[in-house]
Design a protein around this ligand. Structure first.
Ligand SMILES: *[C@@H]1O[C@H](CO)[C@@H](O)[C@H](O)[C@H]1NC(C)=O
Ligand SMILES: *[C@@H]1O[C@H](CO)[C@@H](O)[C@H](O)[C@H]1NC(C)=O
Length: 535
């Protein structure tokens, strides 16, 4: 029996009529001509410019490379298993954990079937495990690891990889609150009261928003947090300045009461260790606080990227509160991710392509703003390029599993680079593009002043659609967005500016899959197509 019976069906969003797009995307869900699914690597190349499809429409790709759909193999290249890599699965790891999980990424084509993990420290014992090419999770009894160990070395034949890690004491209750990063799925796992960290705690998929503190912090923190909650926002970054200590505290409490987790932002203070120390000590006891945030675009403020202060801030926070992840946001398209990887547990990046005038908005060391560095002002291309660039940089420095969150444009600013704000369809498309290209969380910039009425009204629906989907398919323990022989989930976005119709044969060729879940949408500049399927 093949796909049809096992495939589940998801129809997300409605199809809008549009006079300029005569042909809606359509795929027959029940193709009688079942074919055995093929591995992505055996797929035929997609039609080139000017080729004619079976439906007699001439297809001309709008950009040099994306084709009808983003090239399939890249979606499954997570992590790119070109080199051996070892990553502690969780951060933090506690001295009370009985087993310590390590993710061992074994290069494709490796003939070695055994990896040995070595740990520093006289009390450590090497641990050997059987592995296969691709992703492996190796659970090491804590007894094998000397408490002083700060490095793990994976040895596979003659190849070696290293990762830093540390064992921490669990926080005394009431002094901090643990939010683990699970580097297998790239998720945040906040500890629920009464559950252990590895069972009973659900991953949080951040459908988040930056919120300008000065707009509500002194006036109506409770109302603002309730409004954000009603918009489906589950993670909020208050943007300083924060007024006096009382006001930020009122906001933290309002967010906690509303059930919205908090990202505490130190963008104006992170370069000052004394201030960082004071802030972290003041707020670390609040359970609603999930993530610390240091620098805001430290790589693009008209100066050469300089990670020193961010790394210092990271170390300071770690020394006081190693129980929560530290974030920072990058904007510079070149080697920023590699440069700043040491300064955060999770990197964020902001790509704002809508209504963009790229001529004035790229980074230059001599000055100039960094509105959307390296962008073309095209949603189909800018988000993908940034994420692909950052992911390959992180892979190159041996940190392929560093999660990246995308900050989505939820504003316009005609006085600088952005003549208009995204429509709800565009915001949604950017969200899917981000997830497909590996983002593990989404934030929007910025509530309340940036949000149009239309976008605001669309967010509850998008949140209801995305959060369960992402929690299950992207962050879930159940399934991850990756290819195996027996199981696959496919997500596709048509990043072109025209609706396309694929025949059943083309679906089978492109996806190796003759029964697919399809969304066809029209009436937007780019067409989002999401296909999720399990064989
Ligand atoms: C496609 O075009 C060819 C040649 O113009 C024509 O004979 C054929 O009927 C067309 N097929 C469809 C499905 O319209
Ligand atoms: C850092 O902050 C402290 C406390 O506010 C202040 O006394 C000190 O001057 C600051 N240091 C620098 C270099 O600005």
């Amino acid at each position: 029996m093949l796909a049809t019976a096992a495939a589940c069906f998801l129809l997300l969003g409605s199809t809008h009529a549009s006079p300029i797009l005569p042909s809606p995307f359509s795929i027959s869900i029940n193709n009688p001509n079942h074919r055995r699914s093929k591995s992505p690597s055996t797929h035929k190349p997609q039609p080139g410019p000017g080729s004619t499809h079976n439906n007699n429409q001439t297809y001309v790709p709008p950009y040099p490379n994306p084709g009808i759909l983003a090239p399939l193999p890249s979606w499954f290249k997570w992590p790119p298993p070109d080199t051996l890599a070892v990553t502690p699965r969780y951060k933090p790891i506690y001295t009370t954990d009985e087993l310590v999980d390590f993710i061992v990424d074994v290069p494709k084509g490796s003939v070695q079937t055994s990896v040995t993990l070595h740990f520093e420290g006289v009390g450590s014992t090497p641990f050997e495990a059987t592995v296969h090419p691709g992703t492996n999770v190796v659970s090491v009894p804590k007894g094998n690891i000397d408490i002083s160990s700060r490095n793990v070395f994976a040895v596979l034949g003659t190849v070696k990889a290293r990762a830093a890690f540390a064992l921490y004491q669990e926080p005394t209750p009431g002094t901090s609150h643990t939010v683990r990063v699970d580097y297998l799925h790239g998720s945040l796992v906040p500890q629920q009261s009464g559950s252990s960290l590895t069972s009973g705690s659900q991953p949080l998929f951040p459908f988040g928003m930056y919120a300008g503190f000065s707009n509500f912090g002194e006036v109506d923190p409770v109302g603002a947090m309730q409004e954000l909650k009603a918009m489906g926002i589950n993670h909020v970054n208050f943007v300083p300045p924060y007024g006096n200590g009382k006001q930020i505290l009122a906001c933290i409490k309002a967010a906690q009461d509303a059930g919205v987790s908090i990202q505490y932002d130190m963008r104006h203070t992170y370069i000052n260790t004394t201030k960082v120390t004071t802030e972290v000590n003041s707020f670390k006891a609040y359970a609603g606080l999930a993530t610390w945030y240091t620098a805001d675009e430290p790589d693009g403020q008209s100066v050469a990227p300089e990670p020193k202060a961010s790394i210092q801030a990271y170390r300071t926070i770690q020394s006081i509160d190693p129980h929560r992840p530290v974030m920072l946001v990058l904007n510079y398209k070149r080697d920023s991710a590699a440069q700043f990887a040491q300064a955060a547990d999770i990197l964020m990046t902001d790509v704002y392509p809508v209504g963009l005038d790229p001529s004035n908005c790229n980074f230059s060391p001599e000055g100039g703003c960094c509105g959307c560095d390296g962008c073309f002002g095209d949603l189909g291309i800018d988000i993908r390029r940034r994420l692909q660039s950052y992911r390959s940089q992180l892979a190159e420095i041996g940190k392929p599993r560093t999660p990246i969150w995308m900050v989505l444009q939820a504003f316009s600013d005609p006085n600088t680079c952005w003549s208009r704000a995204p429509t709800p369809d565009e915001y949604r498309l950017m969200a899917y593009l981000s997830l497909i290209h590996g983002a593990k969380g989404l934030m929007g910039w910025i509530y309340p002043q940036g949000l149009t009425k239309e976008l605001k009204a669309s967010l509850p629906g998008l949140s209801a659609e995305l959060v369960p989907l992402a929690s299950r398919f992207i962050l879930g323990g159940e399934q991850v967005l990756e290819y195996t022989d027996t199981k696959r989930q496919i997500a596709a976005v048509n990043s072109g500016d025209k609706a396309v119709t694929l025949t059943e044969g083309e679906v089978a060729t492109i996806f190796g899959q003759d029964s697919a879940l399809v969304e066809g949408r029209r009436g937007m500049e780019s067409l989002a197509v999401l296909i999720l399927t399990t064989v």
